[in-house]
Design a protein around this ligand. Structure first.
Ligand code: PEP
Ligand code: MN
Length: 346
């Protein structure tokens, strides 16, 4: 069961609901979004129905939710959500282009990639400072130094930054630098990390586990929401199939399926799914036409020298072509390019 509190509900109203639920032996999880408070209830639904929760002060809507994921389900929140990252919207109505290097390598490389991104109309910068690599011998990222570089490049360009966090212990530190935290495919079911990010007050991009079903992906999002962070964007980045011609198989159908099941925005990563530069534009097109709320792509000023994922990084000419496609298909889908709408620090 899910309770949506009225916009003007007082903290005491929320506490009173929690007390009544807990007094009856149930559990109540409070999630504070930017504009509303949602309380997820776990326990005996029949008993909750006898508590007259809908008559309590500050209570808006009380809904029985039949799915296992409640706070992220569309059943309890029929309107699709928009997540703002420093004023850049990700959600219905817009298509957000996020671009940047796979890994932050040097200040010069990161700034050059960000300038490329910005020139193509991207309104957010991606870049990994902590890289979860398959091989322990591969470049693992610059860590906190990489975060400082990202923050400097944001200062220089104004582009909000999304970057990956790989450990629950690092969440607060990464959140000091980043505008959005990324959970990578390998960590989608790292529950300690999900919970730590759930407690952070920073938007999060949750990539789909390469071996995970949509149900498991939404349950992972529920872990974050249950701890109080509802600013979640889902990212389809390809799944493992029997096919070996591509790095992973972009599950385009996940976009409309997720949008049917959940109110959360969903974007597509054509770089990590295809694993090859020539697939990025066709997969981006497919994602946007399937209804994706945005695209996140790897770019690099010198892909042949990249320390990570060079073969899939776009160079300037590819990026210009991608930008053209994104613009055309954004209009075709009757959406707007996602521009920064305000300049608050949140
Ligand atoms: C990334 O975006 O840099 C990344 C490592 O992606 P994924 O977790 O999807 O492999
Ligand atoms: Mn990568």
């Amino acid at each position: 069961m899910v309770i949506v509190m009225l916009p003007g509900a007082e903290p005491d109203d929320v506490d009173a609901v929690v007390d009544r639920v807990e007094g009856a032996g149930g559990q109540a999880f409070v999630s504070r979004g930017l504009s509303r408070v949602i309380i997820g209830l776990i326990g005996d639904v029949e008993l909750f129905e006898s508590l007259n929760l809908s008559g309590m002060p500050g209570v808006g809507q009380v809904t029985r939710v039949s799915t296992e994921y409640k706070l992220v389900s569309r059943e309890q929140h029929p309107d699709r959500s928009v997540v703002h990252v420093r004023g850049v919207p990700i959600g219905p109505g817009t298509v957000t282009l996020i671009a940047g290097p796979c890994a932050v390598e040097t200040p010069e490389q990161t700034l050059a990639a960000a300038r490329m991104a910005q020139a193509s109309g991207a309104t957010m910068l991606r870049g990994g400072a902590f890289k979860p690599r398959t091989s322990p011998y591969a470049f693992q990222g610059l860590g906190e130094l990489g975060l400082r570089i990202l923050a400097d490049v944001r200062e220089e360009t104004g582009l909000p930054v999304v970057t990956e966090v790989v450990s629950a212990h690092d969440v607060d530190m990464v959140a000091e630098y980043a505008d959005m935290l990324q959970i990578g495919t390998r960590n989608m079911q790292n529950f300690a990390l999900l919970q730590a990010i759930g407690e952070a007050r920073v938007p999060v991009m949750l990539k789909r586990g390469m071996n995970s079903t949509i149900q498991e992906w939404l349950m992972a999002a529920e872990y974050i929401a249950q701890r109080g962070n509802l600013e979640i964007v889902l990212c389809e980045r390809g799944i493992r199939t029997f096919e070996t011609a591509t790095r992973n198989t972009l599950d385009v159908s996940a976009v409309p399926v997720v949008q049917r099941l959940s109110h959360l925005p969903v974007i597509v990563d054509p770089s990590h799914s295809g694993g090859s530069r020539d697939l990025v534009i066709p997969l981006s097109r497919a994602g946007i036409v399937a209804g994706a709320d945005g695209i996140i792509v790897d770019v690099h000023p010198e892909p042949e020298a990249a320390l990570c994922d060079g073969p899939q990084a776009l160079v300037r000419e590819d990026l210009d072509q991608l930008a053209l496609s994104v613009a055309e298909l954004t209009a075709f889908m009757r959406r707007q390019p996602a521009r920064r709408r305000y300049s608050s620090a949140s």
